[in-house]
Design a protein around this ligand. Structure first.
Ligand code: ADP
Ligand code: MN
Length: 248
């Protein structure tokens, strides 16, 4: 009886992680199991992306709903430096002691969750944040049946319109004026287009009050203007957008 239960349990675990690759730490597996039982996740699918700092996996619930599960690597020294740069001077994170890499990554994941929550509550189109556990962030899945929506970068020429540009700029406006945040890494790679435009990858977003926030905002705007004008869209001068955002 006991033996049988053990075998069944093991088979269940294997199913849960069938398509998750083997690069994850044992601790991450434990957390993924806990998250699965909390959210009724039936199984995790193979990674849809692996960037410098994180991998993203779809997860399917028993009810057929999908989540996006972003797992941060316990990082390299390069991303450690980047994190320190971005969290330094951010009042919301001043009281968090960053003593080791693991703690740094957990802070980083929490920061993305917090930024997502503020943006979501302020009406920015972002994936709805669901939970954060150590280095794992769960949010709503943008796409259908575990197939992610295309990035702005992946759209065909005729899908890139002035209306889409206006939508992006109005998201920027809500982000700055309602959420009081600057994305800081806005590009055609961090925008998904589905039923509407979604802003993603907000871990490095900082308060508009931060020291270098305006410089980052200008860079975000210029990234968008560069992308859309390269597609033949007539863009607004950066100055005009800043004025519209009440930043002079
Ligand atoms: P990073 O660029 O740091 O690796 P991102 O947050 O940009 O991390 O996510 C990486 C990729 O994962 C995105 O380009 C997108 O393809 C996919 N992705 C991220 N969030 C979601 C989501 N909520 N739903 C569907 N796919 C997502
Ligand atoms: Mn990204």
């Amino acid at each position: 009886m006991f033996e049988k239960k053990k075998v069944e349990k093991r088979r269940k675990d294997e199913d849960l992680f069938k398509v998750v690759d083997s690069t994850l730490s044992p601790r991450t597996y434990v957390l993924l199991e806990e998250i699965a039982s909390k959210l009724n996740i039936d199984y995790y699918l193979g990674a849809i992306s692996s960037g410098k700092e994180a991998k993203v996996y779809p997860a399917k619930t028993v009810d057929g709903k999908y989540y996006a599960v972003k797992i941060y690597y316990i990082s390299t020294s390069a991303s450690k430096r980047a994190i320190q740069k971005y969290t330094f001077g951010d009042k919301r994170f001043e009281d968090i002691k960053v003593t080791n890499t693991r703690q740094l990554i957990i802070t980083w994941a929490r920061k993305e969750f917090k930024n997502l929550s503020i943006m979501y509550d302020s009406g920015v189109n972002v994936p709805k944040p669901v939970l954060v556990e150590e280095n794992i962030l769960v949010m709503d899945f943008i796409g259908e049946n575990g197939n992610r929506a295309p990035l702005l970068k992946e759209l065909s020429e005729d899908e890139i319109t002035k209306d889409l540009y206006d939508e992006v700029i109005s998201q920027l406006e809500i982000m700055v004026n309602k959420a009081k945040l600057v994305h800081g890494d806005l590009s055609e790679y961090n925008i998904m287009v589905w039923d509407k435009v979604y802003i993603i990858d907000v871990s490095q977003a900082i308060s508009i009050e931060s020291e270098n926030a305006i410089d980052l905002l200008i860079r975000d705007i210029e990234n968008m203007n560069r992308f859309f004008s390269s597609k033949g869209i007539e863009v607004y001068p950066t100055e005009d957008i800043l004025k519209r955002l009440n930043i002079t």
